[in-house]
Design a protein around this ligand. Sequence first.
Ligand SMILES: NC(=O)c1ccc[n+]([C@@H]2O[C@H](COP(=O)([O-])OP(=O)(O)OC[C@H]3O[C@@H](n4cnc5c(N)ncnc54)[C@H](O)[C@@H]3O)[C@@H](O)[C@H]2O)c1
Length: 284
Amino acid sequence: MDVKNIFVIGGGGLMGSGIVQCCIEHGFTTTANDIRDEFVQRGVGGITQRMEGKVAKGKITEEKKTEILGNLKTSTDLADAKDADVVVEVVFEDMALKRDIFTRLDEICPPHTIFASNSSSLPITEMAGFTKRPDKVMGMHFLQPVPVMPLVNAIRGLLTSDETNAAIEKLARDIGKEVIQWQDGPGHGLQLSPMAYYNEAAKVLSEGRGPKEDIDKCFKVGLGMPMGPITTLDFMGMDTVLHILHILHEAYGGSQYHPSQLIVQMAKAGLYGNKAGRGFYTYQ
Ligand SMILES: NC(=O)c1ccc[n+]([C@@H]2O[C@H](COP(=O)([O-])OP(=O)(O)OC[C@H]3O[C@@H](n4cnc5c(N)ncnc54)[C@H](O)[C@@H]3O)[C@@H](O)[C@H]2O)c1
């Protein structure tokens, strides 16, 4: 399948804007869709800033920046997905919301359109069941920050076809990512162990057993990881983290996914992390 037009729903969000950036940088005409224009513009603003940063560092020319931004379209209307070859769904981790979007998309998009979800923890097979094209639905899970992290987790639903799988793998490679494959289920292979350890790190912090800087240092210096768990929680966003933990806890039980009270409180207080300017740490 020849993918030309990509439509990203939730394109103004943390992950969505990163996915849009990767697609336009690799020459795909890409629409950033969100519920309100101010959210779309938030995403576009971040992408433009990052492109200007690349020009300032001599990584791309001014002409290249203009060419990349020329690939970007914006939308606040789901009906604009009518020309998409691939739709990437990147809205909140909420199955009711995803059901509404997939049901409407199925009516809007032509039969060849593939629906990919960036969901961290919700089963793809269930999302596919909201459409009349379950063979064309698949998980395409990116890591935060999307423009930097080189991996995509491809997740096949029970009825995902080989053609859809091949098209999504190719698209991921075409936008500069390596791909690994997981079987569908609540949370995929990459998500299950790290979510438990991020959650446990927040519990250790709330028990006062060590300062956040040392917990991060323990993983960075002690174990050689690029980022400590407390910083990672800030990067993921406390609202998203809480959604994922609830889904994993409901699916698997056990204390490892039972959300840390600190994460619950921080999500309630709006301390979402770097996207809010404040989480465990403070951001500019
Ligand atoms: N944050 C992470 O580290 C991370 C990593 C991998 C996957 N994910 C997954 O990505 C998805 C989004 O997470 P995020 O962190 O980017 O969240 P976010 O809150 O930053 O972004 C979600 C965006 O979706 C938009 N949105 C909500 N309802 C919409 C609708 N009906 N139509 C169009 N746009 C709508 C919101 O306005 C917002 O801009 C979730 O499924 C999450 O599990 C997140």
